[in-house]
Design a protein around this ligand. Structure first.
Ligand code: TYD
Length: 203
């Protein structure tokens, strides 16, 4: 299937403000009469919603390997049924989390083997890569204060875990500077939005 659209992913630790920014970008693009698909992982589509429920709210222990496979199963379904068709239709796909989340959270956060995570991601996505990835970088203290007290299974991890996740994102950006751009998300919503628009316009 030839890719006609544009694929943009938003990444960052919980509490980084990326979900606010992806909605603002979607509004901006819709205002310019561009066709978009605003979507997210985990949990797009009906099957995805059920996998998301397990991943975020299951009360027993989920092994790190099992957790990875659940995120990847969600991704495989999402890529095949929603992302690829939207790209073939010429849409701008805006996806809240994708492959880099698994590298940052399961690879760096859970400390699973990075090459294996990359290999499995490539299998799940048939190598579909984003054209642009924006990482919203925030220090762990600020992120924690934004998350508040009601936490899901992933958010309940401690500060050390989230420091590893943050460093993981910065490492990914270092390795792929053309695709991955880091924005400090501590500035105001409007300032960060302008930076996002500038990155997307330059695509
Ligand atoms: P979500 O409520 O969507 O968080 P956010 O609004 O911050 O995106 O929860 C998704 C959680 O799952 C989040 O803690 C990150 C985590 N996650 C992984 O650990 N690996 C992955 O591959 C993905 C997609 C998400």
């Amino acid at each position: 299937m030839r890719k006609e659209g544009v694929f943009i992913t938003f990444e960052g630790a919980d509490g980084s403000g990326k979900t606010t920014q992806i909605s603002l970008l979607d509004e901006y693009l819709c205002g310019k009469k561009r066709k978009t698909l605003l979507t997210r992982e985990p949990g797009a589509g009906m099957l995805g919603a059920r996998i998301r429920e397990l991943l975020l709210n299951y009360e027993g222990h989920i092994s790190p390997n099992c957790e990875s496979f659940l995120f990847l199963a969600d991704r495989a379904q999402h890529v095949d049924n929603m992302i690829k068709p939207a790209l073939a239709d010429g849409k701008i796909v805006l996806c809240d989390r994708y492959v880099d989340s698994t590298i940052a959270y399961q690879g760096y956060g859970r400390q699973l083997d990075l090459d294996r995570i990359l290999f499995l991601n490539n299998l799940a996505t048939s190598n579909l890569k984003p054209d642009l990835t924006i990482v919203f970088d925030v220090d762990v203290e600020t992120a924690f204060s934004r998350i508040g007290n009601v936490k899901d299974r992933m958010e309940s991890e401690g500060k050390e875990f989230f420091n590893r996740v943050r460093n993981g994102y910065l490492e990914i950006a270092k390795q792929e500077p053309d695709r991955v751009k880091v924005l400090a998300s501590s500035d105001s919503i409007e300032v960060v939005h302008k930076r996002v628009v500038a990155l997307v316009e330059s695509l």
